[in-house]
Write a protein that binds this ligand. Sequence first.
Ligand code: PA5
Length: 447
Amino acid sequence: MISLSVKHAQVLPFVSEDEIRMFEQEIKLHRDHIYNKSGKGSDFLGWVDLPENTGSDLLDRIESDARTIREQSDAVVVVGIGGSYLGARAVIEALSGNFHDRSGGSSGPQVVYAGQHLDEDYLHELLQWLDNRSYSMIVISKSGTTTEPAIAFRLLRRHLEQKVGKDEAARRIFAITDASKGALKKLADARGYTSYTIPDDVGGRYSVLTPVGLLPVAVAGFDVRKLMEGAKRMALHLRDNDTLDGNPAARYAVIRNVLLHKGMSTEIMASYNPAMQYMIEWWKQLFGESEGKEGRGIFPAGVVFTTDLHSMGQYIQEGQRHLFETVLTIGESKHSLSIPEDPDDDDGLNYIAGKRISYVNRMASGGTMLAHVDGGVPNIELVLPELSAAALGELIYFYEMACALSGYMLGVNPFDQPGVEAYKRNMFALLEKPGFEEEGKALKNRL
Ligand code: PA5
C-alpha cells in the first residue's frame, strides 16, 4: 500500500469531474508508451525499473563506501549541478534536522555542495572552510564535461591533493559518471578513484535513485534501502493501477494538463514544511526541463509557506490569474511542541494556548487553500503522512512518473533538454573556448 495521496476537491470549482475523466483513455495510451518503451525519448526510460532492478549488491557497495567516507571525514563535498546535484540535496535536506550540526564523529560528516554555480566567493570560502577539516569528495557528472562542476572539481582536487597528498586524495575522491565517456571518466580511471556508473538510459533529472542520489544520501547517514523500498512500492502500485482513481501519478498529470488548457500555465508547488525546500527545487528542475520546450509547458514555481505568504501571498491571492497551486502536505511532525499558557496574555495568544504548532500550521494551510481557491487559484493536494526515507522514495517515483505522463500529454519528449545548450554555447564563445572564436566576437559586440 502506498501512503501518498492526491486530492483534487479544491480543483473542482474550476474543472468538472467529467473534464478530468475525458483523459482516462489518453493517459492509458501514454502509460503504454512508457511501459512498452514506444514513446518519445524511449532510450531514457531506465528510471522506470530502477526501484525493482537495483540489486542488493549495489546497495551493499554504496553502504560500504558510505561507511568508509563517514569514518574518514568531518565533511564531504558533493560536486555536481542540475540532476547531478538536486535530488541528493532534496533527500538529505528533507531528512536532516533543521539545526543539524554535523561535525564529524558519530553524527557523521557535514555534507556541503560545490559546482552548482560559478560564484567565486562561495568557492573561495568553501576552500577556506575545508582548510581545517578532514574531507572527502563525491564528484558527479553524467557527461563528465559540465563546466560548473568541472571548475569546482579542479579547484577542490588541487586543494585536497596539496593537503593530504595525491595518493590519499585519490582514496578520498569518489566519482559517479558515464560508463565510458567524458573527462571525469578519464580522470577517474587515470587517478584510480572509486567509481560508480550512471546507467546510459537514465537522464540526469531522473537519476536520484541511482548512485547519483544514493551515495550522498547514504553518506549523510540515511537509509537508502528504505528510500528504494518506498520507490518500489510506488512503482509497483503505478504499474498495477491504470485508472485515474487508482493511479495518483496519472491523476496529477491529467489535472495539471486540464488546468493548463484553462489558461493556468504556472504551477506553484507549496509546502508548509521548510525541510521540503530542496524537494521543491528538484521538482522544479524535473518538470521545468522535462516539459518546457517547443513553446509548451507549465512553468514550475515554488514557495515555502507560511514564510512566502508574507512575500508571494499577495500575488497568488490577487495577481494575474494564470496560476494553480499544488500543496505538498506532510501529515505528522517529528516532534511535539505546544503553545504555552501565559498568565498575562499580553500577546493575546492564550486563545490557542495548549494547541500544537502543527495544528496552527494546518489551520494556516486550510485557510490559505480556501482563500486562494476563492481568489481564483485551483489547489491540488499531495499528502504524505510522514517525512521518512520510504515516504520520500514514494514521492520521488510518483513525481517522475507524473512528469513523464504529463510531458507526453503535452506532446513533448520529457527526457531531453536541448534548450540547456544555448547558454553553454554563448558562455564558451564569450570565454573564447577553442572552436567558438567567431561566435565570441559577434556576442561581445552585442553586450
Ligand atoms: O537533467 C539533466 O540532464 C541536467 O540537469 C544535468 O543533470 C545537468 O546539466 C548536469 O549534467 P552532468 O551530469 O552531465 O554534469
